[in-house]
Ligand binder design. Structure first.
Ligand code: ZN
Length: 123
């Protein structure tokens, strides 16, 4: 029996996607420290170069952090039954959009409207 791919995405599938992405981000966040620890030569005297590396990656970490927050919010919506509903207009978010961005909290139309005119989106 052949199942249509999009229709076969259930809430549990989105939960898996979100958890996998979250694990990915957390692994990336920990990667720098892990690599240094694997080198086995990290002592308090070596802290300065570590700080420098951290400084360079702050911008990336900030973006990861933002997505982590969105993932947690999406997991909360899954738990209370609001997942897949646009926070702006209350219409269902398209499965295609949810597959690409499972943490999306508004539909593509509201997203585009917000980008075009931030004032109109909240009205
Ligand atoms: Zn909407």
């Amino acid at each position: 029996m052949k199942k249509p791919r999009i229709a076969s995405m259930g809430l549990e599938d989105y939960r898996c996607l979100l958890l996998a992405k979250k694990a990915d981000l957390l692994r990336n966040a920990a990667a720098g420290r892990t690599e240094l620890a694997a080198g086995g030569r990290l002592s308090p005297d070596d802290e300065a170069p570590v700080q420098h590396d951290r400084y360079i990656s702050i911008e990336v970490k900030r973006l990861d952090h933002e997505i982590l927050g969105r993932i947690d919010a999406a997991l909360a919506r899954l738990a209370n039954g609001d997942f897949g509903i646009c926070a702006e207009c209350g219409n269902p978010i398209s499965p295609k959009r949810l597959q690409a961005l499972p943490w999306a909290d508004c539909c593509i139309r509201c997203q585009e409207r917000a980008a075009a005119d931030p004032q109109a989106a909240t009205a």
